[in-house]
Design a protein around this ligand. Structure first.
Ligand code: SAH
Length: 236
């Protein structure tokens, strides 16, 4: 009798389950684990940021063949020599910006559109500039398909910011610059914050947080050592 139950159990185990062999992993579980282990356990406290990281389907922003790696603790290639940042860096930069439901945010470096989507979960509106046309086109399509109507994208050199929609409560630059572009400082509201990797291309850079006081006085703080792809110039 014992042996029969054993055989039955084995057979039941072998039966095809609801998930067919070769199917994609359960992204919801992977995303939840990422939000806890990579984000919350490392000290991100802002509840809106944690909720956004648990909500945005990161796998939709990476190339098809990278989907199963989307929630790993690392940056991933997105084509054209560019990368989508490691989830923790996305969360850290988002938290540093201190955005809320009234914020108007500028992003330089749309890339995959993932960081823009995370910001769009929290802020009123996100304006995102990308210099590589095919990346701009793809990210625009992804954001639209996922219903992020509060993200507006453009193909341009983000060194100049996007004056038309400014000034901004927060500015995030997701490519490294050797210095802080003056147009971005000009487009930051008094009381606003900017987060930008500053340093030489393809070397270790500093993630810098800039706060513009109510009277326009700037204070800067180095937050971490990072490695971002470089901010390039031209293209429009
Ligand atoms: N935020 C992105 C990651 C972007 S990687 C994401 O969530 O996926 C950095 C991006 O900055 C690349 O797509 C690169 O093409 C873009 N970039 C580099 N220089 C730029 C410039 N001057 N203006 C706008 N985008 C730029």
């Amino acid at each position: 009798m014992g042996r029969m139950i054993f055989i039955f159990l084995i057979c039941a185990w072998c039966l095809p389950g609801p998930v067919p062999a070769g199917a994609e992993p359960d992204f919801t579980d992977l995303r939840r684990a990422m939000a806890v282990r990579q984000i919350k356990d490392r000290g991100i406290r802002d509840k809106t940021v944690l909720a956004a990281m648990e909500t945005v389907p990161r796998h939709e922003f990476v190339p098809r063949d990278k989907r199963s790696s989307a929630y790993r603790d690392r940056p991933l290639p997105i084509g054209f020599g560019q990368t989508i940042s490691q989830p923790y860096i996305v969360a850290l930069m988002t938290e540093l910006l201190g955005v809320d439901e009234n914020s108007r945010v500028l992003e330089v470096g749309t890339g995959s559109g993932y960081q823009a989507a995370v910001l769009a979960e929290i802020a009123a509106s996100v304006y995102s500039v990308e210099i590589v046309r095919p990346l701009h086109d793809r990210a625009t399509g992804t954001l639209k398909a996922l219903g992020y109507d509060n993200v507006v994208t453009t193909h341009a050199d983000g060194y100049h910011g996007w004056e038309k929609h400014g000034p901004y409560d927060a500015i995030i630059v997701t490519c490294a610059s050797e210095f802080i572009p003056p147009p971005l400082i000009a487009q930051l509201k008094p009381g606003g914050r900017m987060c930008i990797p500053v340093g030489p291309p393809f070397k270790v850079q500093h993630l810098v947080l800039i706060e513009k006081g109510k009277e326009g006085k700037l204070t800067t703080r180095i937050i971490a050592s990072v490695r971002f792809v470089p901010l390039v110039r031209g293209g429009n």
